[in-house]
Design a protein around this ligand. Structure first.
Ligand code: 3PY
Ligand code: MG
Length: 257
């Protein structure tokens, strides 16, 4: 079975909800892929993943039949190239705060003429069932998406320039970090009115630039709100939350009465 791309899921469903996994365990990645999410994201920034668990996790997600996405650690653009070589369908880069950050991200993730990605997608081609390198090269820049995270005041100030960088396909709002920035360190609360207003502005500016927009939702209710606002890509909670919510709901039922 060939792996499916995030581009094709977005094309067929219009928007998508991704699982977000910190645990470096392929069996959890496969379960998330089989649980009904449209795609699964492996988090190397705050999650516990390393390159080995990313490689194994991407294979497990492909077995579950959905696209795999990787959030790299801050500034680790070499890992962005490696994750694409391992078969990731999209890369999320945290803390893209300037046009220079955005250009470095695009350079590592796109082949010429958009960037400087080096050739070697051995595992990605295997997962895609592809054997023709030249055909794979022709399609890959369009089929692998780059999400630049917007989560600081500097990123908001540079947003239009970041959006104009060829090879940046999308922005992804980090509402927790953004709320820390907008409150000057006094609060971490994605639902603050100033934060929601800033997110709406990012959404509108990205739409004008013709780019996709994602955001992180901490609850199902926030996920519904962001779907109604028209976000293309919504991260929904984390594996720790799925486990805690499932366990606490079952325990409460078992202990009721
Ligand atoms: C944030 O909210 O800051 C994030 O990075 C979400 O993952
Ligand atoms: Mg963040």
């Amino acid at each position: 079975m060939a792996s499916i791309s995030l581009v094709s899921v977005l094309r067929s469903r219009g928007s998508c909800l991704t699982a977000w996994l910190a645990s470096p365990e392929p069996l959890i990645a496969e379960s998330a892929a089989r649980a009904g999410f449209d795609c699964v994201t492996l988090d190397m920034q705050h999650g516990l993943h390393d390159p080995g668990s990313i490689m194994r996790g991407i294979g497990a997600i492909a077995l579950g039949g959905v696209p795999a996405i990787v959030r790299i650690p801050v500034g680790d653009f070499a890992m962005a190239s490696r994750a694409l070589d391992m078969g990731a369908s999209a890369i999320i880069a945290p803390m893209i705060n300037s046009v220079e950050d955005a250009r470095a991200f695009a350079a590592a993730t796109k082949y010429q003429p958009l960037g400087e990605r080096s050739w070697g997608p051995v595992r990605a081609m295997q997962l895609a069932g592809a054997t023709d390198g030249a055909a794979f090269l022709r399609n890959t820049n369009a089929e692998t998406l780059t999400f630049a995270m917007i989560e600081t005041r500097a990123a908001l100030a540079a947003l239009d320039d970041i959006l104009a960088v060829p090879g940046i396909d999308a922005v992804f709002i980090g509402p927790s970090d953004l709320s820390i920035a907008l409150s000057d360190g006094a609060d971490v609360n994605p639902m603050r009115p100033d934060n929601q207003a800033a997110a709406a502005d990012v959404l509108a500016r990205a739409r004008r630039a013709g780019k996709l927009v994602g955001i992180f939702a901490i609850t199902g209710e926030q996920g519904r709100l962001y779907r109604s606002l028209g976000y293309d890509f919504i991260a929904l909670g984390t594996d720790g939350m799925y486990f805690h919510l499932g366990a606490s709901t079952m325990l409460a039922e078992a202990r009721a009465g």
